[in-house]
Design a protein around this ligand. Structure first.
Ligand code: MV4
Length: 443
C-alpha cells in the first residue's frame, strides 16, 4: 500500500480523498494555489504545498509544480480527483516516468476512451450497442451530407476529442448540415486542438444513465449498478440518483454486463463510468466512458456500501478487488443535489463570503463539502461548494428526506442552488420520475 498520496485537486473531492486515505492509514499531501490556503482540504491534509497562483493553468494544471511537490514531500502516488489533470494521459505517463503511481487507469486506456471514435469502435467490439453513425472522422462536407442521408435526420455532430457535451451540433435537416458541419469542425479545433468530428443518429429526449465500474490490475472487473443523471442544465449535472427509477432488473443486468465487457476489452484497471443514453423504448446506447472518479459517485456508495475511492486507491496499489459481482446488492435509494454558489434562477456564479453556515444531519444524510462559516467562495474555480446526499429505503422517502435536509441547510452571505433543488423535490414530474435530459430546459 502507498505510504503517502499527493492530491492534485481542490474542493470537496480533495477532502473526500483525504478521508479515504486517513481510513487506509496513508499520509496525505494537499496542493493549493496561493488564494486557496483557507480551503479545508489544506487544513485537513498532513502536509500542504503551494504550487502557484490562482489561475488553474498556473497551479492545479501545473504539471511541473505538482511533480516537484510530490518529490519534495516524498509522495509515492498522486490522486487527480475529477476535472483538472484527471483525464490527461500525458500527465499519467509523466507520473509513472517519475516513479510516482497515477491513481487512475493506464495512459493507454485513457487515450483509447478519450478519442470518441476509437471508444465507439472498442465498445462495439465488446458487443455494446451504439447509435448508428460513422466509424471514422468525417473530413468533408460531401461525406457529411452522404452519411447524414444514410443515417436519417435528426443527426448529431460531435467532436472526436470532445466529451461532456461540448462542441455538439444537432441537425434536423439537410439544408442546415453544411453550416453545422463547418461550425462543429471550427469549434472542435478551437476547443480541443483537433477538428475531427463524427456523426451519429440523434436520440431525442433520452435519459442519461451511467454504470459505475470497478476494476483491478488482476483482470477483475465488476459494476456497481447505475446512476440516473437526467437532471442537467447545459451539460452540467445538478441532481443524480441511484438506482435509475425506470430501469428493470433485466436491463440493469444487460447494461452492467455490457459495461464490464467493454472495460475488459480495454484492459481497464481502475474506477470508471460508462455513460449511456436510454431512449423512450428502453433501448440503451453507449455515449462515452469517463476514465476518472465522478462527482456523483456518492449515490452509488450509499446504495452499495462500497467506498469507491478506497477501492480505487487499493486497486492502484495492486490489491485485488475485495468484492465479486455477487457481493454487490443495491439497497434503498440515494439522491444527490449539487449545491452551487450560483443565482438559483439564472445559474450565474455568486462567489463571496459565507456569513452563516449550518449543515443538515439526521439519518441518511451526508454532506460532502469543503466550506465552513466565514469561508470566502472564490470566483476562480468551479461554483460547486457542496454535495448533499440522502439515502432512504424508497425513492419517495429519499425525496422527502432531501426536501427536509434542504430546509435545514443554512448558507448565508451568498446565493446557492438550494431553492432550485427545493422546487425540483416538489415537482410532480420529478416525483413521478417523468423526466429526461430536456426536463430543465422545458420547465
Ligand atoms: C447524444 C444525444 C442524443 N443523441 N448523442 C450530451 C453529453 C455528451 N456526452 C453527449 N450528449 C448527448 N449525446 C446522440 N446520438 C444527446 C446528448 C445530450 C445529453 C445527454 C445526456 C444528458 C444531457 C444531454 C443534454 C443534451 C444532449
Amino acid at each position: 500500500m502507498f505510504h503517502k498520496i499527493l492530491i492534485a485537486n481542490r474542493g470537496e473531492i480533495a477532502l473526500r480523498i483525504i478521508r479515504a486515505c486517513k481510513e487506509l492509514g496513508i499520509k496525505t499531501v494537499a496542493v493549493h494555489s496561493d488564494v486557496d490556503s483557507e480551503s479545508l482540504h489544506v487544513k485537513l491534509a498532513d502536509q500542504s504545498v503551494c504550487i502557484g497562483s490562482a489561475p488553474s493553468a498556473k497551479s492545479y494544471l501545473n504539471i511541473k509544480a505538482i511533480l516537484s511537490a510530490a518529490e519534495i514531500t516524498d509522495a509515492d502516488a498522486i490522486h487527480p480527483g475529477y476535472g483538472f489533470l484527471s483525464e490527461n494521459a500525458e500527465f499519467a505517463e509523466i507520473c509513472e516516468k517519475c516513479g510516482i503511481t497515477f491513481i487512475g487507469p493506464s495512459a493507454e486506456s485513457m487515450r483509447l476512451m478519450g478519442d470518441k471514435i476509437s471508444a465507439r469502435r472498442t465498445v462495439t467490439e465488446a458487443g455494446v450497442p451504439i447509435l448508428p453513425g460513422t466509424k471514422d472522422n468525417v473530413a468533408t462536407v460531401e461525406d457529411a451530407v452522404k452519411i447524414a442521408e444514410e443515417i436519417g435526420f435528426p443527426v448529431i455532430i460531435k467532436a472526436t476529442a470532445g466529451g461532456g457535451g461540448r462542441g455538439m451540433k444537432v441537425v434536423y435537416s439537410q439544408v442546415h448540415l453544411p453550416n453545422a458541419f463547418a461550425a462543429a469542425r471550427t469549434e472542435a479545433e478551437a476547443g480541443f486542438g483537433n477538428p475531427d468530428v463524427y456523426i451519429e443518429k440523434f436520440c431525442e429526449n433520452p435519459r442519461h444513465v451511467e454504470i459505475q465500474i470497478l476494476a483491478d490490475k488482476h483482470g477483475n472487473v465488476i459494476h456497481l449498478g447505475e446512476r440516473d443523471c437526467s437532471i442537467q442544465r447545459r451539460h452540467q449535472k445538478l441532481i443524480e440518483e441511484a438506482p435509475c427509477p425506470v430501469l428493470s432488473e433485466d436491463l440493469r443486468q444487460k447494461m452492467g454486463a455490457c459495461s464490464v465487457a467493454a472495460a475488459k476489452k480495454v484492459g481497464y484497471d481502475s474506477v470508471g463510468t460508462m455513460e449511456f443514453l436510454l431512449d423512450k423504448n428502453n433501448n440503451f446506447f453507449f455515449m462515452e466512458m469517463n476514465t476518472r472518479v465522478q462527482v456523483e459517485h456518492p449515490v452509488t456508495e450509499m446504495v452499495t456500501g462500497v467506498d469507491v475511492i478506497k477501492e480505487q486507491i487499493r486497486s492502484a496499489a495492486g490489491e485485488p478487488l475485495r468484492y465479486t459481482q455477487d457481493d454487490i446488492k443495491i439497497s434503498g435509494h440515494a439522491i444527490e443535489c449539487r449545491i452551487n454558489a450560483e443565482d438559483p434562477v439564472k445559474f450565474t456564479p455568486f462567489p463571496g463570503k459565507i456569513t452563516a453556515y449550518h449543515t443538515p444531519g439526521g439519518l441518511g444524510v451526508r454532506v460532502d463539502s469543503f466550506v465552513y462559516d466565514q469561508y470566502t467562495v472564490l470566483q476562480h474555480y468551479d461554483s460547486m461548494i457542496a454535495k448533499l446526499i440522502v439515502h432512504a429505503n424508497t425513492r419517495e422517502e429519499a425525496i422527502k428526506r432531501m426536501d427536509r435536509a434542504l430546509d435545514e441547510y443554512i448558507i448565508e452571505g451568498i446565493k446557492t442552488t438550494i431553492p432550485f433543488h427545493k422546487r425540483i423535490m416538489n415537482n410532480k414530474d420529478f416525483i413521478d420520475s417523468n423526466v429526461d435530459t430536456g426536463f430543465l430546459e422545458r420547465e
